[in-house]
Design a protein around this ligand. Structure first.
Ligand code: TPP
Ligand code: SF4
Length: 536
């Protein structure tokens, strides 16, 4: 049974075939399609619970809870999502997994749609759990299936690390027989293992350390790690980067090759490669994870180890065939030479986007202020940083707009405004707002309620309209300074006057700009038209 699938979809179908009972996630490119695919395939038949969570930490903990109950679960997120989920992720290496627990983390080298390009393999290493790094869609399927098996074998969560180009490109994937799993809840037999009081945590950490030898044995025997010894020039590549190497060397079979797809790094295999070769080029997507370990602090005498760390490959950005060729002293391929010089199209807010009107009002309301600070957050509205608005002075991580505003206000700055979308607010804006309420912080918070998660393709948001208003009210914001308005041109004069008043108020104001994203409006109009056109 073979299907043409995105890398994300290959992971999704593997999880379904592995017999998951739940898929958990918070949207984030390039991982969004994993949950979307699972929800579309099996979400409605009731066999799998596949719904968005409020944030990645919640998603991870839900998956962990399902594992505790003896069922298989998958949790997926973009790389920075793992920063948010880091607490349960690291601790779950101690609790262990009961039902198979697989965390799929999608890294974004070159930052196509992210604020950094961190390498999640470090997190796997930090937690001391096995990591799979597929080089193609078939491996994304096979490794995800395998991850569930070894999660239950070792009683550990397992990470599958993918990258944008794999997540978002298609290839044929052959599926294996679906797994047979029990439908019964089967609670973890030893609750103390999951109760990380120091007395239990020490014991569980010891167990994690003791199991490392078995994990190394496992990866040493894994078919996803391969070594082909040939000439004295060697190349070691991991995950997707292996394809660039194969493309770069073409039919030249003189190179010794090693491919890493399962971690811990198979040490004996590396030893054989190093003793056989004088020169080794290490090609990895992300940071020089393997290269740095291989070199240690002092390098290996008599051996040339080359890669991102040595400067033979760039330290940042996506890997490519031509970068590999260049590092090996070969000319660029013709295709890439032709592709250079394409015009760059900067991103922009959609025509008619409600955020445009909110930014225009903010600009006018603060036009006479010399030192205004306009903190912001992550979402479509971050594009307010670009002309003609230039109305965003920060975008760091989800929820940081409110916390940074708090810090700046404590430094004595005024006025301090911040903009945050409805989804980002429920993801991680509520807790700093609670702090702002407690201190009646001298800041003006603008919650941009466009009724969707616009940036990642219009997923369902957790609170919009009256629900959002009531949520914010429930955090204790003073009614007098909690104002909802519709950001449209015809109301601009009143909105600007209201904003000026609230900015001058010495204390906390929360202003909710409530108007739906035009893309979501278009989709719902289309949906209605389709319904009318379709006979029942
Ligand atoms: C920790 C983390 N998770 C997910 C993302 C991906 N992401 C970027 S913005 C965003 C939410 C945007 O929704 P909202 O705040 O409602 O603003 P909108 O795009 O609708 O204007 C998401 C999920 C991210 N950047 N960081
Ligand atoms: S998708 Fe929606 S929120 Fe995002 S820019 Fe377009 S209209 Fe605005």
């Amino acid at each position: 049974m073979s299907e043409l699938l995105l890398g994300d979809e290959a992971v999704g179908i593997a999880a379904i075939d592995a017999g998951i009972s739940g898929a958990f996630s918070y949207p984030g490119t390039p991982a969004t399609e994993i949950l979307e695919f699972i929800a579309k395939r099996v979400g409605s038949d009731g066999s799998v619970s596949a719904r968005w969570s409020a944030n990645e930490k919640v998603a991870y903990e839900e998956a962990l809870g399902m594992s505790f109950a003896g069922k298989r679960s998958i949790v997926s997120m973009k790389h920075v999502g793992l920063n948010v989920a880091a607490d349960p992720f690291i601790n779950s290496a101690l609790t262990g997994a009961h039902g198979g627990l697989v965390a799929v983390v999608a890294d974004d080298p070159s930052m196509h749609s992210s604020q950094n390009e961190q390498d999640s393999r470090f997190y796997g290493d930090f937690a001391q759990i096995p990591v799979f790094e597929p080089s193609n869609q078939q491996e994304a399927y096979d490794m995800t299936r395998e991850a569930f098996e070894i999660s239950e074998k070792f009683g550990l969560p397992i990470m599958v690390r993918i990258v944008t180009r794999l997540a978002h490109s298609r290839a044929n994937v052959t599926r294996a027989e679906p797994a047979t799993v029990s439908a019964e809840v089967n609670i973890a037999p030893e609750p103390r293992d999951w109760t990380l009081l120091p007395v239990n945590a020490r014991r569980r950490f010891r167990r994690l350390l003791d199991i490392q030898g078995s994990l190394r044995e496992y990866s040493a025997d894994s078919p996803y790690n391969k070594l082909m010894l040939r000439g004295p020039r060697g190349i070691l590549a991991s995950g997707l980067a292996y394809n660039y190497v194969l493309e770069a060397i073409g039919v030249d079979s003189s190179y010794s090759l090693m491919k890493v797809g399962a971690y811990p790094v198979p040490v004996e295999m590396v030893r054989k490669l190093v003793s056989h070769c004088e020169y080794i080029l290490i090609v990895e997507e992300g940071y020089p994870f393997i290269e740095a370990r291989l070199n240690g602090i002092l390098g290996i005498p008599g051996k040339e180890i080359r890669g991102r760390q040595s400067g033979d490959l760039p330290a940042d950005g996506e890997m490519s065939t031509d970068l590999v060729r260049k590092a090996m002293g070969m000319p660029a391929t013709e295709a890439s030479a032709a592709a250079t010089g394409l015009p760059v199209r900067p991103p922009a807010l959609c025509k008619g986007c409600p955020h445009c009107d909110t930014f225009h009002a903010i600009i006018e309301a603060t036009s006479e202020v010399k030192d205004r600070i306009l903190f912001s957050d992550i979402g479509c509205y971050t594009l307010g940083a670009l002309p003609p608005y230039n109305a965003v002075h920060s975008c760091v991580d989800m929820g940081s707009s409110i916390s940074m505003a708090l810090g700046a206000a404590k430094a004595g700055a005024h006025p301090v405004l911040c903009t945050i979308g409805d989804s980002t607010f429920t993801h991680s804006g509520m807790t700093p707002l609670l702090g702002a309420v407690r201190e009646d912080a001298n800041i003006t918070v603008l919650v941009l309620d466009n009724a969707t998660v616009g940036m990642t393709g219009g997923q369902e948001t957790f609170a919009t309209g009256d629900d959002l208003l009531n949520l914010i009210r429930g955090l204790g914001v003073d009614e007098e300074h909690l104002i909802s308005f519709e950001p449209v041109k015809r109301n601009k004069k009143e909105i600007v006057a209201m904003m000026r008043r609230e900015i001058n108020h010495r204390g906390l104001s929360v202003l909710i700009a409530k108007r739906a994203c035009v893309q979501v409006m278009r989709q719902s109009v289309q949906l209605k038209q389709d319904k009318v056109a379709t006979p029942a």
